[in-house]
Ligand binder design. Structure first.
Ligand code: FAD
Length: 504
């Protein structure tokens, strides 16, 4: 394998939260690193939009909540604060042609449906607790639960139209996929990974509790500043990774990186588009063919005022009757101007993607008018992002697994292939699919690679003759004489810019 290019210990593919965390941790552990990012920005699935009036809002990942400790620690370490999601006032549920206002735990649903949902959710929570987060395929009932879709389970367990509508809308909101696209085992794993279904749906004490001041992308941008431009290479889509017993060669749009190990921190669907030489084991290749991304179009409407607050409304709505599944108040911390975020998810997103942008905007605004009244019709500004059209993401919020995939290919999600290691939120146990999972995967892979490099170094040293022998050439890549202490997230002790990168 020819080895001409920039030399480092580790090449990281992807500058989303996972790749950035991995790079930061690896550098803190004394490794030299290059991060290769296809886009001309960092953050991947977190991205800010700045309206003409200067208001910043999230077009990608936005909320954090209790239990999401690693993304919160990363943000804190880089000086990014959080603020509470606006949660005061009555919420709305559109069901059976009516819009119902509520503030309690009834979700605005009819009593009979609520009773069914209570029973079904308790059953799901009990089943979810039996799924090992690091190895869902090892659950006692894994084969059975992976043998059907979540949709077929709902049809057996829930009979009322409103009850079924609730799970349909909730699945779209959490997975950006339909209940028939995911296996029951995947539903159980994912909800357990996020602390339970109720927590994933909730604002107070839930996954939508808080937001980042300045937008979630600020966290990624701050880590990128610490890495610096020598380490972080934008516009460098990775096309090929070659490996042999000596190292890896990573071929990207801006050149070639020669490294001892590679970390691929992109969703499986994207990882499967890289050309690996020699080819990866069949299980890994098949896995990447079977973890599709969800479908979502995220829409932001900016109004001069958050007029719904004056009407006693929180801005939060869920609809079983409209193309828009959920709406939140996404105004800045000061509360003005007012921003509503509306999601088209799953089949709604796919159908809406086929119509003209003007018709899509009209469709979403009509939903907002039904929910919040006529003032919703004319936002001062409007922006939408269809994540399925993003070539370096190809859908959101994350990859999901249909029946049979966890039990056939589960271990291949994370198991390294020789010198290639895998990260990204889809590889996480806790926080899978979320920003927290991305950060956890970055930390996990950094530890994995550091240990592998240390083992290699130890083996190389053990192989050296004990008696003085003939002079030897230095190793192609060496650790610094005094490796820096690994900086735990939260210490703020990041490495200096461009540490250890050796251009030829
Ligand atoms: C609309 C939306 C709403 C969401 N809401 C939330 C939320 O409220 N809370 C939450 O916690 N999470 C949310 N998420 C999910 C969250 O954003 C993701 O889980 C997380 O950001 C994933 O980070 P990652 O690093 O694993 O992957 P990514 O962010 O996808 O990073 C992968 C990076 O790799 C790059 N890349 C891909 N292929 C290549 C290649 N061949 N060569 C080089 N670079 C490549 C990509 O450009 C990208 O920058 C949301 C996501 C979306 C899109």
């Amino acid at each position: 394998m020819p080895r001409e290019g920039v030399e480092v210990d580790v090449a990281v593919v992807g500058a989303g939260l996972a790749g950035l965390t991995a790079a930061w941790q690896l550098m803190s552990a004394g490794q030299s690193v290059i991060v290769l990012e296809a886009r001309d920005r960092v953050g991947g699935r977190v991205v800010n939009h700045t309206f003409a009036d200067g208001t910043v809002a999230d077009l990608g990942g936005q909320w954090v909540g209790p239990g999401q400790d690693r993304i919160l620690a990363l943000a804190e370490a880089h000086g990014v604060a959080t603020f509470p999601t606006h949660d005061d006032g009555e919420h709305l549920t559109a069901v059976g042609g009516k819009v119902v206002r509520y503030t309690d735990r009834t979700l605005g649903l009819p009593k009979a449906a609520l009773a069914e949902i209570g029973l079904a959710s308790a059953m799901l929570d009990r089943m979810a607790r039996a799924v090992p987060l690091e190895a869902p395929w090892k659950a006692d009932k894994a084969e059975r639960w992976d043998g059907e879709t979540f949709g077929s389970w709902i049809r057996r367990a829930v009979h009322s139209a409103a009850g079924r509508g609730f799970y349909q809308t909730a699945t779209e909101a959490v997975f950006a996929a339909e209940p028939d696209e995911i296996s029951l085992l995947h539903f159980l794993f994912y909800t357990a990974a996020g602390g339970g279904f109720e927590r994933l749906l909730a604002t107070a004490d839930g996954a939508q509790q808080d937001r980042f001041v300045g937008g979630a992308a600020t966290v990624a941008e701050r880590v990128a500043e610490v890495l610096g431009p020598t380490v972080l290479r934008l516009g460098c889509a990775v096309r090929r990774i070659e490996q042999d017993e000596g190292g890896v060669v990573v071929v990207h749009d801006g050149g070639v990186v020669v490294a001892r190990r590679a970390v691929v921190a992109v969703p499986p669907a994207l990882a499967g588009r890289i050309d690996y030489r020699p080819p990866l084991p069949g299980d890994r290749d098949q896995l990447t063919q079977q973890v599709p991304m969800g479908a979502v179009i995220k829409c932001l409407a900016r109004y001069d005022e958050p007029f719904w607050r004056a009407d006693g409304l929180s801005g939060q709505a869920a609809s079983m009757d409209h193309a828009v599944s959920v709406v939140f108040d996404s105004s800045p911390p000061e509360g003005t101007p007012g921003v509503l975020v509306a999601f088209l998810e799953g089949d709604h997103a796919r159908r809406a993607a086929r119509i003209a942008p003007s018709a899509r905007r009209a469709l979403v605004l009509e939903c907002l008018v039904d929910l919040f009244g006529d003032r919703a019709r004319a936002p001062a500004e409007w922006v939408e992002l269809d994540w399925c059209q993003e070539p370096w993401t190809r859908g959101c919020y994350g990859g999901h697994l249909a029946p049979g995939v966890w039990t056939r290919y589960g271990p291949s999600l994370r198991e390294p292939c020789g010198r290639i290691h895998w990260a990204g939120t889809e590889t996480a146990g806790v926080g899978n699919g979320y920003m927290d999972g991305a950060v956890r995967s970055g930390e996990r892979v950094a530890a994995e690679v550091t240990a592998a490099l240390a083992d290699e170094q130890a083996a190389a040293e053990a192989a050296l003759p004990t008696e003085p022998g003939p002079p030897t050439e230095p190793a192609p890549s060496t650790l610094p004489a005094e490796p820096a202490e690994p900086g735990p997230l939260g210490s703020g002790d990041g490495p200096g810019r461009g540490d250890g990168v050796r251009d030829p």
